[in-house]
Design a protein around this ligand. Structure first.
Ligand code: ADP
Ligand code: ZN
Length: 720
């Protein structure tokens, strides 16, 4: 008799053994349905036969009920799941669940029904029906999605279907995508681009795992060169995955891709409609999908014929997932390439120190594009010392920066002001009693958003309307905004240059692909004079008329105890500086700072990347920080403060005593309250040689905690 071990998508349960009924075709990677108590669950067959230590007699095993009609997970993907679970100290089930998270795609048939307004009206109008009809103008989606969009129950919507107001549309999730063509519009590469592209294509032809660090200044044509590797994949009918850090970047990328290959790639991200998701999933699993562009979750899809992985802007912190399975998509991407035996390309103008170190030690092959394409020069960078040239009272732009903005406006060139803070002001307080608006769920101030008249928490999404009097002392007109956000900077620009056309570009204002596309089109058409934006506008965009970049507060990111603060500041400022002077006209960058002598600021002003990396390398070596040592964190949280503290103390009390791992804490985490949960943290700093994961597993393995306590492990954490 045949027995198998299943991974089931319930993280609280380990793998379970089942019996395979006679004649059922089941093997490793098969996705099956099995009984669990009175329920039926979906699981993945992980092992076959009797495993060591397995004592349950065959007769006691329950039978598998059926096999789902999806291709079995390939061994490469199963290895990736195992590696990810092992490396990030997560359960196999939680990783497997990410892989099959699009359950609808798995189980569902090839067609789905969506609904849209037919133009007809119901016999009897009710307030809810009226609401639904108004909200669903121009929408077409499944019943459940329409209910979400309109805020009206599915019952009400079904009523509208019966009345013929909503009409069904059958969507075929197997209809083919337009084909991309390797030779649609091939560019003439520069000599140095040609060399890099040639090396990438060669690696594709050689086959096998080949990790590359594509290290090229902004505007050097990194995208253009890795497109040649994609072209090679297309010629060989192999699939490519391109990971991008930001959904707002996708639009610009899609257009470029289409210009080069004659068809759009397949997009994968969390806000796809379920029909789009199912169609994409099926095409990916069947091998039909040629190129997939996605956020980090695209990494775990069951590609049938993956031939290449590209991680663009590979240094970006958004590749790090900070809840659930806390993985870094950049690193998992390289592992996936390894298991699939294919090339991986990490592209960046400002690689993470870890990536450079991998190149240095010969594990990654470094390919360099040292100059901008077409002879465009790198921008001229200067610092504005805010202690010597302060802005006027109540303003944030120093006179020199204001003058340069004027000059651009007169010359009809574009400017970009960068401040990594959404909203109007990061703190609002009462002038009368000193009351400060704080999030009830988080240790964070509420950020004023003047455009939407809200006070919002940037951690949990809590929002309230901005009141007109202090909730504490009741005084009217007493609230003061402290510090700047992008909206406030935009106001200031409008004040000093009333004729300028100013656009705020943040995840608030560009929160859909359509809005992002409209913004890009306006900026390209020269309909915006000054862009005021957050990190969202630091990368990917190519606006030829943009000749001035002002960094409003370069010191912002250096505050706080973040391990990678200096690196991140360097990356952000270098990236945003890279937006200036990409066309024929030279670019200029002004960096406002109170610390022009800080190593990172001085290196930025001197345009000396090597100097920055050298200083940062020394600092990291000294601190035993990555890549010279390793970090890990154990985060204990509960809605009940004493319960969280108690659990953290229990963990702390049995800490292992090891020569190569230093353990700090427990202490309240930097965000001591987050989304209503109190958080404590233990930090581990290990030598490279230490088996950090095993230490953590052994340590936590024996403990169990009350229901409300969550213990999560963060390997290679980003934020402290
Ligand atoms: P990076 O990804 O390094 O920032 P891009 O690939 O975005 O650089 O290139 C910058 C700009 O130069 C883009 O507008 C791109 O279309 C253009 N460009 C780069 N290389 C070429 C080329 N060989 N032929 C034509 N245009 C190019
Ligand atoms: Zn909050």
């Amino acid at each position: 008799m045949n027995r198998v071990r299943l991974i089931i998508f319930n993280a609280a349960l380990g793998p379970l053994d089942y019996r395979v009924p006679e004649g059922m075709d089941v093997g490793p990677g098969s996705v099956v349905i099995a009984p669990l108590g009175p329920r039926q669950i979906v699981g993945i067959v992980w092992d076959e036969g009797r495993l060591p230590g397995d004592t349950v007699p065959d007769a006691r095993l329950r039978p598998i009920l059926g096999v789902l009609p999806v291709p079995p997970l390939k061994p490469e993907l199963r290895r990736l799941i195992e590696w990810t679970a092992d490396y990030y100290c997560a359960s196999l089930a939680s990783v497997a669940r990410m892989v099959l998270s699009s359950g609808g795609a798995l189980k569902g048939p090839a067609t789905m029904t969506e609904y849209r307004l037919s133009g007809g009206m119901p016999e009897r109008m009710t307030p809810k029906r009226e609401l639904a009809i108004a909200a669903l103008e121009g929408e077409q989606a499944t019943m459940r999605e329409l209910a979400d969009i309109s805020g009206v129950s599915e019952g009400v919507l079904r009523g509208l279907v019966n009345q013929g107001v909503l009409e069904p549309v059958v969507v075929d999730c197997d209809r083919p995508y337009e084909k991309a063509r390797a030779d649609f519009d091939q560019p003439d590469l520069s000599a140095e681009q040609g060399e890099v592209a040639g090396r990438l294509v060669q690696a594709m032809r050689d086959g096998g795992f080949a990790p590359f660090l594509l290290d090229g200044v902004t505007g050097s044509g990194k995208t253009e060169t890795y497109f040649e590797a994609i072209a090679e994949a297309l010629r060989n009918n192999r699939q490519t995955l391109v990971l991008l850090p930001e959904i707002a970047l996708t639009e610009a990328f899609l257009r470029r891709f289409e210009n080069r290959f004659g068809a759009a790639p397949i997009v994968w991200h969390s806000s796809l409609k379920s029909t789009e998701r199912r169609r994409a999933w099926r095409a990916i699993a069947s091998g039909e999908a040629q190129v997939v562009v996605g956020a980090r979750s695209a990494l775990f899809l069951p590609y049938a014929r993956l031939g290449l992985i590209v991680v663009d802007e590979a240094h970006e912190i958004s590749f790090k997932q900070d809840d659930g399975v806390r993985y870094n998509a950049r690193d998992v991407a390289v592992m996936r390439a390894r298991f699939e035996k294919i090339p991986a390309i990490l592209a960046s103008a400002t690689p993470a120190l870890e990536s450079l170190q991998m190149a240095e030690s010969g594990i990654y092959e470094r390919l360099v594009l040292p100059s901008r394409f077409g002879g465009a020069s790198l921008p001229h960078i200067e610092t504005v010392n805010l202690t010597e040239e302060p802005p006027e009272k109540g303003r944030w732009l120093a006179p020199r920066l204001a003058r340069e903005l004027f000059a651009r406006l007169e010359r009809k060139e574009q400017s970009l002001l960068f401040l990594n803070r959404r909203g109007y002001a990061p703190l609002t307080l009462c002038r009368h009693c000193g009351y400060r608006f704080q999030c009830p769920n988080c240790s964070a101030w509420l950020v004023e958003h003047r455009l939407s008249h809200r006070l919002a928490c940037h951690h949990c999404g809590h929002e309230t309307a901005t009141p007109d009097r202090c909730p504490e002392c009741g005084e009217p007109d007493c609230l003061v905004a402290c510090g700047p956000g992008v909206e406030r900077i935009a106001d200031e620009v409008a004040e000093i240059m009333p004729e300028a056309r100013v656009a705020v570009a943040t995840s608030d204002t560009l929160n859909s692909p359509e809005k992002a596309a409209a913004f890009v089109a306006m900026a390209e058409a020269g309909e915006i004079d000054v862009i005021v934006g957050t990190q969202l506008v630091t990368k990917g965009f190519h606006f030829p008329e943009l000749t001035l970049v002002g960094v409003v507060d370069a010191d912002l990111g250096l505050e706080g105890g973040d391990l990678r603060a200096a690196e991140r500041t360097y990356q952000q400022v270098a990236q945003v500086a890279g937006r200036a002077g990409r066309g024929a006209k030279p670019g200029e960058v002004l960096i406002q700072t109170r610390h022009p002598d800080a190593a990172v600021i001085a290196a930025l002003a001197a345009g000396d990347r090597d100097a920055f990396y050298a200083a940062e390398t020394e600092a990291r070596r000294h601190a035993g920080a990555p890549p010279f040592g390793r970090w890990g964190a154990i985060i204990v949280s509960s809605e009940d403060e004493p319960e969280a503290r108690e659990a953290a103390n229990r963990i702390g009390a049995i800490r292992p005593n090891l020569p190569d791992v230093q353990i700090l804490g427990p202490a309240p985490a930097p965000m001591a309250l987050l989304r209503g949960r109190y958080r404590y943290r233990l930090l581990l700093n290990a030598r490279r040689s230490a088996e950090l994961q095993n230490v953590i597993r052994d340590w936590l393995g024996a403990l169990s905690f009350p229901q409300g306590v969550r213990v999560s492990v963060d390997i290679d954490p980003y934020s402290f």
